[in-house]
Design a protein around this ligand. Structure first.
Ligand SMILES: O=C(O)c1cc(=O)[nH]c(=O)n1[C@@H]1O[C@H](COP(=O)(O)O)[C@@H](O)[C@H]1O
Length: 273
C-alpha cells in the first residue's frame, strides 16, 4: 500500500485506527475454546466487528509464536481473513544482521504478505535496509516507545550532537536509501516528543501505540503529531479486543472501536478540515 492510498483510506473511513490483535488464549471469552481454532475465531469476530472503523490491523507476533505451530496457523488464517484494503502490521520488533534481515523480510512480506513490520534500530543501517528494498512495503522503526524502559536508552543525550538517542535514530535512518518506506513508532504516552519528531520527519507516517490501556491521549497525539496527510496510525489493542468478555465481546469491541473512530473523525476535521 502506498502513502497516498493510506491517506485516501483514512479520508474515506474518517479513521486512522489500528486494531491490535494481541490475542491471548487466557483472555478470550471461554465459549470460544470449543472452536477448532479459538484464536482465529476470536480474531475473525473482532475483525467483523471493527472493520468499518479501522484502517489497519496489527497482530503482535509474540501472542502467536507463544502457541507454537498452532499459533502460526491462527496467524495465517487471520492474515487470509483480513480484507485486502486494510493495512497490516506484523508487530515482530525484529533486528539482525543483513542476511538474516533478508530472511525476515521474506517471511513477513512474501510469505505472510504483511504490508509492514516493526523493526528495532539497535543494529543499524544494514539490519534495516533489506526490508526497505520492497516497494509498497513498510518498515515501522522503533523510535520513542511507550514503555517506562524507553528512558533507559532512548532518552540518553548524545554529547556530540546535543540530540537524544531516539532523535539520532530518526535523523540518521531518514537518510538511508528508500527511507520513504519508513514509519516510526512514537508512544502516545509521550505525546510531547512528537514536536521534536515532526521537526525531523514532517512527512513520514507514525505508528502511535499507547492509547487505551496505557493511558495516552488521542487529542495530544493529534495536536503534536498530525500532518497534512494525517501521518498517524493510532493503535489500541486491549482497550478494543477485550472491551467485552462474554458472548457479546464483538459488540463491545465494535463500540470501543467506534468511540475511538468518532474521536479521530473530530480530530481530522479540526486539523485537516
Ligand atoms: O511496536 C509496537 O506496536 C509497540 C511499541 C511501543 O512503544 N509500545 C507498544 O505498546 N507497542 C505495542 O502496541 C500494543 C499496545 O497494546 P495495548 O496497550 O493493549 O493497546 C502492544 O502490541 C505492544 O507490543
Amino acid at each position: 500500500m502506498t502513502r497516498q492510498q493510506l491517506f485516501e483510506k483514512i479520508r474515506e473511513k474518517e479513521s486512522f485506527l489500528c486494531v491490535g490483535l494481541d490475542s491471548d488464549l487466557s483472555k478470550i471469552p471461554s465459549h470460544l475454546h470449543k472452536a477448532i481454532d479459538p484464536i482465529f475465531e476470536f480474531n475473525k469476530q473482532i475483525i467483523d466487528a471493527t472493520y468499518q472503523y479501522a484502517i489497519a490491523y496489527k497482530p503482535n507476533l509474540a501472542f502467536y509464536e507463544a502457541l507454537g505451530s498452532k499459533g502460526m496457523e491462527s496467524l495465517e488464517r487471520t492474515m487470509e481473513y483480513i480484507p485486502k484494503d486494510i493495512f497490516t502490521i506484523a508487530d515482530a520488533k525484529r533486528g539482525d544482521i543483513g542476511n538474516t534481515s533478508n530472511m525476515y523480510a521474506k517471511a513477513f512480506f512474501e510469505n505472510m504478505n504483511f504490508d509492514s513490520v516493526t523493526v528495532a534500530p539497535y543494529m543499524g543501517e544494514d539490519s534495516v535496509t533489506p526490508y526497505l528494498e520492497y516497494p509498497r512495503k513498510w518498515v515501522v522503526l522503533l523510535a520513542a516507545t511507550s514503555n517506562k524502559g524507553s528512558f533507559d536508552f532512548q532518552e540518553l543525550m548524545i554529547e556530540s550532537t546535543g540530540e537524544k538517542l531516539y532523535e539520532q535514530v530518526i535523523r540518521k535512518s531518514a537518510s538511508w536509501s528508500n527511507a520513504n518506506n519508513m514509519m516510526y513508532v512514537v508512544g502516545a504516552t509521550r505525546a510531547e516528543s512528537l514536536i521534536g519528531v515532526r521537526a525531523l520527519v514532517p512527512d513520514h507516517f507514525l505508528l502511535i501505540p499507547g492509547v487505551g490501556a496505557q493511558g495516552g491521549s488521542l487529542e495530544q497525539v493529534c495536536k503534536y503529531g498530525m500532518n497534512k496527510q494525517c501521518g498517524l496510525i493510532v493503535n489500541s489493542s486491549r482497550g478494543i479486543i477485550y472491551a467485552g468478555s462474554d458472548e457479546n465481546f464483538g459488540a463491545a469491541a465494535a463500540n470501543a472501536a467506534k468511540k475511538l473512530q468518532q474521536e479521530m473523525a473530530a480530530q481530522l476535521q479540526l486539523h485537516l478540515g
